[in-house]
Design a protein around this ligand. Structure first.
Ligand code: OAD
Ligand code: ZN
Length: 249
């Protein structure tokens, strides 16, 4: 597999020589931590319909059903641990090489691995918010009630994640595009790249002159524009590139 080895060497060189490296991550980076992805083999959207579970209309129609699905996902996320790919990004930041992680994930594993500058585009499944007042709360475990209520006003609480049809948190989105325009290398790990507006971020970085490294076992939306295409899983990438970079993850 000379192609992969050569690709890894080129990726290592790009990372070493970068002056402003930014990572962009999706569900694939957490797959090997045991968290199901959305698309592809074993993906959540193969088994469930997003319009029944991840829209404001679905929640208004059947909050019990939506909550039971989110509590199931919360249980998985709360018992998941960061893997070497999350740790690689945290170590690169600690060394001053990586400036930010932009993530579509709601699992908080980047922070759990030690990343400090994490831009969460789709919210956090470890947080709830009230549908009526401004109340928000970080969770330490999934709620025990079938229908969790706001302690401040009694209305329904919902997971603090972005559902289909909802806008992304404005500040996070602006920050993400700012980082994309500043970076000279963007490391894209484990995303299909099909959910807008997040999917446009690597395209925007590339248009601004950044080199793209695309880590994914399958072809994705960036396959045609990536400067280095690495057809491998996130953990294999992390272990191999860290050896080339002389760091431990
Ligand atoms: P997807 O499920 O769409 O894509 C996951 C990607 O990870 C695919 O391209 C897989 O090939 C790849 N993958 C699978 N296993 C991997 C591994 N071990 N290492 C590296 N890559 C692997 O997930 P996202 O692109 O994150 O939105 O999906 C984007 C958004 O769609 C999510 O944030 C979510 C979903 O609906 C919201 O919740 C708003
Ligand atoms: Zn409230």
């Amino acid at each position: 597999m000379g192609g992969l080895e050569e690709g890894l060497r080129r990726a290592a060189r790009l990372i070493e020589e970068s002056s402003y490296l930014v990572a962009f991550t999706g569900a694939g980076i957490s797959a090997e931590s045991g968290i199901p992805t959305f698309r592809g083999a074993g993906g959540l959207w193969k088994k469930y319909r997003p319009e029944d579970l991840a829209t404001p209309e679905a929640f208004a129609r059947n909050p019990r059903l939506v909550w039971s699905w989110y509590k199931w996902r919360m249980n998985i996320v709360f018992s998941a641990k960061p893997n070497p790919a999350h740790r690689l990004l945290a170590v690169l930041e600690e060394r001053g090489v990586l400036k930010a992680v932009i993530t579509q994930n709601v699992d908080n594993l980047h922070r759990a691995a030690g990343s400090k500058r994490v831009i969460e585009l789709h919210g956090s499944i470890r947080r709830v918010r009230c549908i009526a007042c401004g109340f928000k709360e970080e969770l330490r475990e999934p709620p025990s009630e079938d229908l969790p209520k706001c302690p401040s006003c009694g209305s329904l609480l919902r997971p603090d994640v972005v559902w289909f049809g909802e806008p992304l948190p404005g500040e996070a989105l602006e920050e993400a595009f700012r980082e994309a325009s500043r970076c000279d290398v963007m490391l894209v790990v484990g995303t299909s790249g099909v959910v807008e507006p997040a999917a446009s971020i690597p395209v925007y970085a590339k248009a601004g002159g950044a080199a793209l490294i695309n880590v994914n076992p399958e072809p994705n939306a960036y396959t045609g524009i990536a400067d280095v295409e690495l057809r491998m899983k996130a953990v294999e990438f992390a272990l191999k590139i860290s050896r080339l970079l002389g760091i431990e993850v």
